[in-house]
Design a binder for this molecule. Structure first.
Ligand code: NAD
Length: 495
């Protein structure tokens, strides 16, 4: 059985401590990953701290050249990494390739770091006085990532952090770390020195070790809201800059004038793709008006019933298994709860069985209608192939529903009416908004980030926000001796 150890120069984990990893399609254990301790976290931070001075002293252009090589290696190895993702996460091969591509796009953006770090210069802010401002790296930065994007989410973080001149301790999910490890190896092959990118495995103990470590300057976290809130509170209490991205409940409002076939396509793909295990999955459809709702449910139900569910190794598969047995039980528990709470179950996926894969963590697509705001299946993030239809009597009611939800990651409106779309975009209290686009994940040269309880901290991730998060501003005011000499002044300086 493969044992996946930390990648910390000169350090190995104490023998015997490990967490099992399973193939979710078969239920078989495929590897064990190191269950790190505080001592491992300390060793990781020490290695990153030692590597920081030389890396940060490289010119941005030299760091950019490493990123160019890294991008090429990622593209050459995309098939292999996608297989690693699917074998531990369960998502389809094409979906895995998609997340790699979105990660590569962040690396492409990081290749432009010399331009992105260009400062500002003001000549003559006073007589013979000039001023310039530039951004400098922070030092050791830590990144803690979730299971659902083992390639993309780490690449939302470390390429930007490294390009800015930081060293990085990456703590991937203990459920599917192999793709993340392979990506870090490619970064080393591209020229990132070993200590500049360190991979540390484990759960709460290593995360706490990072959050409380005096040599960690900043923490990027992506995961569930309770842990995001904890990471933000603990990290900031220990003086760190923290961005912590959490869970979601993304609503898609369907107006009576929408192209309903287009809306149904969007809901099937964004609701059931990756078995609903996406932070930008649409989990609530909000048709406006009874007629829109009836037509939409009639279009969705047969498609949910006939989703092609299977292992990632079958090229026809549209939706794979859930990530772990525990998560499968949790999602089934939500479906039970929805039925008990009185939602109308239109398609029930609980009894789905796949011949030959009886031990896999498969669940059928599930569709609820007449879901109301007090129900747990509406309030909480299910993170499974369960779509809820919450009918709204009017556009105003739809806007209120979205705005009153505690999460604020993504939302979308489907309509042909430009006025309605424009009003929605301006009034909606959500960080990422789609107009006839169901999963509005910003491209790499914009930034990703939710509002409300979907993001703790003041910076989005990657893009320009990433540059700001991973650097701090230094502003220099310089006077030259040819200037007028006015003698000692006891007044506050003015130019
Ligand atoms: P999770 O919160 O269980 O785990 C995330 C990370 O935190 C992992 O590395 C894990 O090891 C660590 N962790 C777990 N428990 C911890 C604890 N008690 N103390 C310290 N660290 C702990 O999340 P997950 O199940 O891996 O991922 C799914 C969640 O991530 C969903 O809620 C999803 O919405 C969210 N997510 C959000 C975004 C976003 O951009 N907002 C993106 C992807 C995933």
């Amino acid at each position: 059985m493969t044992f996946i150890d930390h990648r910390i120069p000169g350090h190995a984990s104490a023998a015997g401590e490990g967490t099992p990893i399973f193939n979710p399609a078969t239920g078989e254990q495929t590897a064990t990953v190191a269950a790190g301790t505080k001592a491992d976290a300390d060793a990781a931070v020490a290695a990153a701290k030692a590597a920081f001075p030389a890396w940060s002293a490289l010119t941005p252009l030299k760091r950019a050249r490493v990123m160019f090589k890294f991008k090429a290696l990622l593209e050459d190895n995309a098939e292999r990494i996608a297989e690693l993702i699917s074998a531990e996460h369960g998502k389809t091969h094409s979906d895995a390739l998609g997340e790699i591509q979105r990660g590569v796009e962040v690396v492409e953006f990081a290749c432009g770091i010399p331009h992105l770090l260009k400062g500002e210069y003001s000549k003559d802010v006073g007589t013979a006085v000039d001023s310039f401002a530039a951004r400098e790296p922070l030092g050791v930065v830590a990144g803690i990532t979730p299971f659902n994007f083992p390639a993309m989410v780490p690449m939302w973080m470390f390429p930007m952090a490294l390009a800015c001149g930081n060293s990085f301790v990456l703590k991937p999910s203990e459920r599917d770390p192999s793709a993340t490890v392979a990506i870090a190896e490619l970064a080393h092959e591209a020229g990132v020195p070993e200590g500049v990118l360190v991979v540390l495995h484990g759960g709460k103990e290593v995360v706490d070790g990072l959050l409380k470590h005096p040599d960690v300057a900043a923490v990027s976290f992506v995961g569930s809201t309770p842990i995001a809130e904890y990471v933000y509170a603990t990290g900031t209490a220990h003086g760190k800059r923290v961005q912590a991205l959490g869970g979601a409940k993304n609503h898609m409002v369907v107006m009576p004038d929408a192209d309903l076939d287009m809306a149904a396509d969007a809901l099937i793909g964004s609701g059931y793709g990756a078995a609903g295990e996406r932070c930008m999955a649409v989990s609530v459809a909000v048709p406006v008006g009874e007629e829109t709702a009836d037509k939409l449910v009639a279009k969705l139900a047969p498609r949910v019933r006939t989703l092609k569910i299977g292992p990632s190794t079958d090229p026809d598969t549209e939706m794979g298994p859930l990530v772990t047995k525990q998560h499968l039980e949790k999602v089934k528990g939500y479906i039970d709860k929805g039925v008990q709470e009185g939602a109308e179950i239109v398609v029930d996926g609980r009894d789905f069985r796949l011949q030959g894969y009886e031990n896999g963590y498969f669940l059928g697509g599930t569709l609820f209608d007449r879901v109301t705001p007090e129900m747990a299946i509406y309030r909480e993030e299910i993170f499974g192939p369960v779509l809820s239809v919450a009918r709204a009597k009017s556009y105003e009611e739809a806007v209120r529903l979205v705005n009153e939800h505690e999460f604020g990651n993504g939302t979308a409106i489907f309509t042909r009416d430009g006025d309605a779309a424009r009003d929605f975009v301006s009034r909606i209290q959500i960080g990422m908004v789609g107009v006839n686009v169901p999963i509005p994940v910003p491209v790499a040269y914009h930034s990703f980030g939710g509002w409300k309880r979907s993001l703790f901290g003041s910076h989005g991730i990657y893009g320009p926000e990433g540059v700001h998060f991973y650097t701090r501003l230094k502003t220099v005011t310089a006077r030259w001796p040819t200037g007028i000499r006015a003698g000692a002044s006891f007044n506050f300086p003015t130019m």
